[in-house]
Design a protein around this ligand. Sequence first.
Ligand code: NAD
Ligand code: UD1
Length: 341
Amino acid sequence: MKETSLVLVTGGAGYIGSHITLSLLEAGHGVVVFDNLSNSSAESISRIEKICGKKPHFVMGDIRDKQALSNLFNRYHIDSVIHCAGLKAVGESVKDPLTYFSNNLVGSVTLLEAMARANIFRLVFSSSATVYGDSPNMPVNEKHPTAAPTNPYGRSKLMVEDVLRDLATSDQRWSIATARYFNPIGAHSSGLIGEAPNGIPNNLVPYISQVAIGKLKKLQIFGGDYPTPDGTGVRDYIHVMDLAQGHLKALHAISLKNGLNIWNFGSGKGYSVLELLDAFENASGKKIPYDIVARRAGDIPKCWANTDKARQELGWRAEKNLNDMMIDTWRWQKNNPTGYN
Ligand code: NAD
Ligand code: UD1
C-alpha cells in the first residue's frame, strides 16, 4: 500500500509506541520511529515488521537534541507527531526529578519548537489519568479539574498539558490531542510485541506476569483497606491495542480541526486488584501467590474513565475485555520470558 502520510512516533520502540506504530502501518500510514532506546530495544521494531510485513523508518535519537530533531524533520516529510517518548517510573521520578523534567518537559518543549520550525502542527500527546489526582467522583470525564499530582512524573505530564493548552491558544495552526491514558495493559495478539520493563516492574500486570513465569516469587497487594468493594485499589485497565486504535482516531480527528482536544482513553470500567488477579489466573491457568501489605505511597483508591467524549467525537470505544487483556499479556510473557533479550 502507498504511504498516505508519514507519522513520527517518538518513543515508538517502547511498549505503547510499538503498538501504535504497528497499528499505523497496518492502516497504511508511513511511520518514522524516533527513540533513544533508554527504556526499549530496537528488537521491537523488527518484531513489528514480522507481524505486518512493513517496517517503520527508525532513527535513534533523543527528543532533547535540537539538532537531531532538525535533521529528522529535514530528512522525512512528516505531517503529524504522536509523542510517546518519556520516562514513566513514579518512584524513580521522586528520586531523580531533574531527569524526569528534562526528558518529559524539556524534551517535549524541544520537540514542539522543532515541529514549529518545520511547519508541523499536528500532535497527539501521551498524557495520563494521573492528572486527575484523587477524585471522589468516578468516573472522571475530561472536564474534571486536574489536580496537583503527588509526584514529579505526574507533574511533568500536567506541565506538558499546560504547555499544549497555551500553545493552542497562542497559534491557531496547532491541532493537538491530549490523550489521557488510564491503565494500558495487554499485548498484540501475535505475542511478538508487549511490555518489557527493565528490572522489577512497578506496575501491577507486568509484576503478576513475572510471578507467573517464576521470575518473581510473590505479588504484594498494596492495601486491602481501601473504600472499594473488596478493599483493594480499583483501576481502569485498557488493552494496548484499543489504545493504539484510539490514537489513529485522534490523529484523524485533529487532521480535520485545529485547537486543543482532550480525550480519555480507558475502558470505562473499574476492576480491583483481586478481580484482575482472578482474571489473570483464569487466563493463564497459573496460581499467583500474594500477600496484602501496606498501601503504596501516592496511590489513590479508585480511578476509572468516562469515555463518552471519545465515543461521541472519535467514534472510538475500547473493544477488548479483561479476559482478552489477560490472555494477550500471558501469551507475550510466556513466549518472551526475558522480554526482547
Ligand atoms: P516505555 O518506556 O515503554 O516507552 C517510552 C519510550 O520513550 C521508550 O522506548 C524510551 O526509550 C523512549 N524515550 C524515553 N526518553 C526519551 C528521550 N528523551 N528521547 C527519545 N526517546 C525517549 O513507556 P510506555 O508505557 O510505552 O509509555 C509511553 C508514554 O505513555 C510515556 O510518555 C508514558 O508516560 C505515557 N503513559 C504510559 C502509561 C502506562 O501505564 N504505560 C500510562 C499513562 C501514560
Ligand atoms: C501507576 C502510577 C501512575 C502512572 C501509571 C502508568 C503510581 C502511584 N502511579 O498507576 O502515575 O501513570 O502507573 O505508569 O505509581 N499494585 C499492587 N501491587 C503491585 C503493583 C500495583 O497491589 O506490585 C496495585 C496498585 O496499588 C494499584 C493497582 O495495582 O491499586 C494498579 O497499579 P499500577 O499498575 O502501578 O498503576 P497505577 O498505580 O494506577
